[in-house]
Design a binder for this molecule. Structure first.
Ligand code: ZN
Length: 249
């Protein structure tokens, strides 16, 4: 890659593609995403987004594999013969409905799912970085694959103004302003679920109070933290070869 090339739309698109691929590879490396799930990013100035095809393994995703889809899930650009994932409408309908969201991650993490499989133990904000979800973590009652626009709009309705939701007995949906932020939030969402699970083994749960949340929020710098977490996980993934070292992201 020519490091001296002037910034251009082409480079910008390539960088977004690298970020979506790297985010996916890191989520697989962290065992948050498995053989299914996907990350999307809205393309600047377009009613369209990048998302991976249905049949490319998450563990080997590359920038050139990604499709450009419109909000209806129709493929606008991409490698010949590739189809979008079965749940592309989940991404399209959220990006259509929420101007404050640019990137969506969807995965199927078993331990996090377990909070939707029992009565009266909803996932709560127990760790400091889970303040992102202080407004609530809704549970979408229909476990179906989000296989069309109607099902996607139903998820959007459950999501409301929140930044994450659980789909009962199915998986997680994380909404953020950028790919870096969606990686940050995906990791913290699962960490919070793991922390709550482990704490419940020790004793009576003590979720963060409104006062606790306000105290942590007072000195918290979200942008700085997102960059710190992105650099940490990207460095680890580059070191062990999960993400190619020459991806300039
Ligand atoms: Zn799913």
């Amino acid at each position: 890659m020519d490091q001296h090339a002037a910034p251009s739309r082409v480079n910008s698109d390539l960088q977004l593609r690298m970020k979506v691929a790297a985010c996916t590879l890191i989520l697989v490396r962290e065992k948050i995403m498995g053989y299914s799930g996907h990350v999307s990013i809205r393309l600047p100035g377009r009613e369209a987004f990048l998302i991976q095809p249905i049949d490319v393994p998450r563990s080997g995703l590359r920038p050139g594999d990604l499709l450009v889809c419109d909000y209806d899930g129709k493929v606008l650009e991409g490698p010949e013969g590739q189809r979008p994932p079965a749940e592309v409408s989940l991404h399209g309908e959220i990006l259509r409905a929420r101007a404050d969201v640019n990137s969506v991650a969807h995965f199927h993490h078993d331990l996090t799912n377990s909070f939707t499989l029992v009565e009266d133990v909803p996932l709560k904000v127990v760790k400091n970085h889970a303040i992102r979800w202080k407004s609530g973590i809704p549970v979408h009652p229909d476990p179906a694959h989000v296989a069309n626009g109607e099902l996607g709009r139903a998820v959007v309705k459950t999501l409301g103004e929140h930044y994450a939701l659980q789909i009962r007995a199915h998986g997680q949906v994380i909404c953020a302003e950028s790919v870096e932020a969606v990686l940050n939030d995906s990791i913290h969402f699962v960490e919070n679920a793991q922390a709550m699970y482990h704490a419940a083994v020790l004793g009576k749960l003590k979720p963060l109070s409104d006062e606790d949340i306000a105290s942590f929020e007072k000195y918290f710098q979200r942008g700085r933290h997102i960059n710190k977490l992105w650099d940490f996980y990207l460095d680890g993934a580059r070191t062990d070869g999960t993400v190619p070292k020459d991806w300039e992201i």
